[in-house]
Design a protein around this ligand. Sequence first.
Ligand SMILES: *Cc1c(COP(=O)(O)O)cnc(C)c1O
Length: 222
Amino acid sequence: MNKDAYQSIKLELDSKQVALVAVSKTKPVSDILELYDLGHRDFGENYVQEMVEKATQLPNDIRWHFIGHLQSNKVKIIAPFVQLIHGVDSLKLLKDLNKEGEKVGRVIDCLLQVYIAREETKFGLDEQELSEVIRLYDAMVIPNVKITGLMGMASFSNDMNLIRKEFRKLKEIFDYYAGLPTTDSRLTTLSMGMSSDYKVAIEEGSNMVRIGNLLFGERTAK
Ligand SMILES: *Cc1c(COP(=O)(O)O)cnc(C)c1O
């Protein structure tokens, strides 16, 4: 764990009121504890099993962010404790989350993932699908799940202009839905930016970044 990197990134983000999710996937609980001891509480994982295993070994005031692709059959495992699910991309998943949220008496916050990159491999809703999901969500009564914002990943590229364009697009979409007076979804969180592009993301209006490598060092596996 890189203490100096954490402290300088944290200072920078605090001054801009941007939230930091420390992405601890593949890293041992000892790394998480080091950051925890510096006062950090928001951690991101992208595998359900790994997140649960870590959560059971670590203090329970950690706020766990699920940043991977969530499958419906895994929802009930994380419903009792997850803080925020970043990558929701279907109405079915919202309904499943609502059902499990109801069972455990929680309102589960989620971000809808919007597809902004060029690669085919990334998950997310296109603009049309996003509009449809929000419309249907607003028309339904599913009080145990709440859409609190949007999440997106830029292309895996060195072309900062391309990345900037993609983030700018997502911010426009976010502003549009955040500004709608009629919607039940109260969009306040815009999760965009990772180690390689978080500065650009913030310049383009992100208010939550997900950073792994810069804090914990390069991942070797997964
Ligand atoms: C791994 C991951 C990150 C963090 O990536 P780094 O390059 O380590 O900062 C952010 N978001 C998602 C969705 C991830 O899977």
